[in-house]
Design a protein around this ligand. Structure first.
Ligand code: AIR
Length: 178
């Protein structure tokens, strides 16, 4: 990525840190990883819990900006304190991803994440909105990196093309709206 110094080992430093409250959140969070990979945005996925590993979470957040991370996606389920705790400890933008749950279908996660006190915002996406979490992270980075902006614009154009294509009838004619 132009304008960023690469790590000495030759590996590109992650721009987006994706934190999950548990490994069991990975099936959802991996969709965020997929979108970011598709857009060529270096990222990392780690497990850290606000309740189970609070000290290690603090350490990760304290080091994140210095390691080159510019946006954080935090996904957790149930009593999902993770995104709020992360936001409390960093100036980086934090995207909260409510993980669907068995008993309350993620409504618990959503309310735990979205109802932040003023002064400490978390940009909350839909329950299970993993792709949008990745896209929003990309759009935040797109303000600064023209190559990411171009990829986001290209992604939207391709999405529009695919939707229009899917509405074509058997003779490849656009179907008439009712
Ligand atoms: N969680 C982990 N620490 C605090 C919370 N709220 C969440 C995880 C996961 C859910 O608890 O983000 O969505 C269940 O985790 P597990 O490990 O019991 O499957």
């Amino acid at each position: 990525m132009a304008g960023r110094s690469e790590e000495k080992r030759g590996k590109t430093a992650p721009m987006v840190g994706i934190i999950g409250g548990s490994k069991t959140d990975f099936p959802v969070l991996e969709k965020t990883v997929m979108i970011l990979n598709q857009l060529g945005i270096p990222n990392e996925l780690v497990v850290l819990s606000a309740h189970r590993t609070p000290d290690q979470l603090s350490q990760y957040i304290e080091q994140a900006a210095g390691r080159g991370i510019e946006v954080i996606v935090a996904g957790a389920g149930g009593a999902a304190a993770l995104p709020g705790v992360v936001a409390a400890k960093t100036h980086l933008p934090v995207i909260g991803l409510p993980i669907p749950t068995e008993n309350l279908r993620g409504l618990d996660s959503l309310l735990s994440i979205v109802q932040m006190p003023k002064g400490v915002p978390v940009a909350t996406v839909a329950i299970g909105g993993a792709e949008n979490a990745g896209l929003l992270a990309a759009q935040i980075l797109a303000v600064r990196y023209p190559e990411i902006r171009d990829k986001v614009i290209q992604f939207r154009a391709e999405q529009t093309r695919a939707v229009l294509e899917s509405s074509r009838g058997p003779k490849n004619e656009p179907t008439k709206p009712r």
